[in-house]
Design a protein around this ligand. Structure first.
Ligand SMILES: [Mn+2]
Length: 410
């Protein structure tokens, strides 16, 4: 069922909105943290998207701008060496960014969740998945995966001996090299006045991007917070003998990233005592376990809305979303490495994401990680990524004022 029918795309109509205006000054002002001149960036992205979409009406919604003109550049980071269920699952998460691009033509251009904020078709402002560092990361990943998983099929007929201290050191070096490439790419994006995002890969893949963003915030005397969706807290000090594991990423972020005011972890339902200690020891770390949210999610209505506001409350104005797909319930994270039952639904997670914008905060960057490369996995991953890119654009002031007439529900 991997092959999908390419649907007729409503985007043939979208260019009619080409000359519509940009949004309110307040939001645009807020995002000067990342983009020195938001309306210039939006104009450039929109012109580029207009040209590409006129040439190809069936273009993927996530590839409507050139790398030079995109307002949101989503950097593919095909790193999955630290997946811990490596031996048990087919190793495919590093292939996810390409599979998402292959799948994306089935996604239509209007995001009905964003319409209420005045942005119906994010893609018309120019979106690009950037593979400029993918080959480099992939080759580092290949070597690290064999060293980290000596008993997997990857290691060949004879297998490898158990992890030696030398192997562990080499894995850390390979990770530093890959993560360094990500960090450089993001510093470049920020220097050029663009917004960035990461397509993983496992959860260790966006570390360099978050580090670059923290440094960027610090250089402007600003701070930021991370909203993490995840089944796991990722607060291990080391895992599988290495400190660069996906299970350690938030510990590394809290330890090393500049200008970080808060990490809000949502959907957590699998932790160990070491992670709980790390959580208790750092007042910047906030945790909304799946159990905390259960009552509110069952009650729905005003109680759920209160819970959504409480999740976003500890975050400062500038927000980075780190979205591990296993934060969602099993049917929404097919093919992920470490699935855990009891997660958020796609709609619940959407409510929380929209609250960033609704509360007046600005989504400055994001990563979508641990997405399985199966058709069902990428189907969720690519839509989530498109929504997040749209939220980033909203923060810049992108508006097209598309409308849907609201039916009366009750
Ligand atoms: Mn994670």
């Amino acid at each position: 069922m991997w092959r999908m029918a390419v649907r007729r795309c409503s985007r043939r109509l979208c260019c009619r909105n080409f000359s519509t205006s940009f949004g309110d000054g307040g939001t645009v002002q807020a995002c000067t943290l990342v983009v020195p001149s938001p309306s210039d960036a939006l104009n450039r992205g929109r012109e580029s998207a207009h040209i590409k979409m006129s040439e190809d009406p069936y273009l993927s919604v996530i590839q409507t701008a050139s790398a030079d003109d995109a307002v949101v550049t989503v950097v593919a980071v095909p790193w999955d060496a630290t997946m811990c269920t490596f031996e048990m699952t087919e190793r495919t998460i590093h292939q996810t960014p390409r599979r998402m691009v292959d799948f994306s033509p089935v996604v239509d251009s209007v995001d009905v969740d964003l319409i209420e904020f005045g942005l119906g078709e994010p893609t018309t402002f120019g979106l690009c998945v950037d593979f400029s560092i993918a080959a480099e990361v992939e080759s580092l990943n290949e070597e690290a995966a064999v060293l980290l998983h000596p008993n997997s099929a990857l290691s060949g007929d004879g297998g490898h001996p158990a992890r030696t201290p030398e192997a562990v050191q080499r894995i850390e070096e390979l990770y530093q090299a890959g993560s360094g490439a990500v960090e450089r790419r993001f510093r470049q994006l920020f220097d050029e006045g663009r917004l960035g995002a990461v397509f993983g890969g496992d959860h260790s893949s966006p570390y360099g991007a978050i580090k670059a963003f923290g440094a960027h915030c610090a250089s402007r005397g600003e701070s930021f917070g991370i909203l993490q969706f995840d089944a796991h807290a990722d607060l291990y000090d080391s895992y599988d003998d290495v400190s660069c594991s996906h299970a350690c990423v938030m510990k590394r972020v809290l330890d090393n990233v500049e200008a970080l005011d808060a990490v809000v972890a949502v959907g957590i339902r699998e932790v160990n005592s070491q992670e709980l200690e790390a959580h208790s020891a750092d007042s910047r770390h906030h945790m909304f376990t799946a159990a905390h949210l259960r009552r509110a999610s069952f009650a729905g209505g005003a109680e759920w809305e209160r819970a959504v506001r409480a999740i976003v409350a500890p975050l400062p104005h500038h927000v980075w979303v780190s979205f591990d797909i296993d934060g969602l319930e099993l049917q929404f994270c097919d093919g992920t490495g470490t699935p855990v039952p009891g997660g958020l639904s796609y709609l619940q997670a959407t409510d929380v994401l929209l609250e960033i914008h609704r509360s007046g905060r600005v989504l400055c960057g994001f990563d979508v990680v641990e997405v399985g490369s199966t058709p069902a996995g990428v189907n969720v991953g690519v839509r989530l990524m498109y929504k997040l890119a749209g939220l980033q654009m909203l923060g810049l002031g992108a508006r097209d004022n598309l409308q849907i007439r609201r039916p009366t529900l009750i």
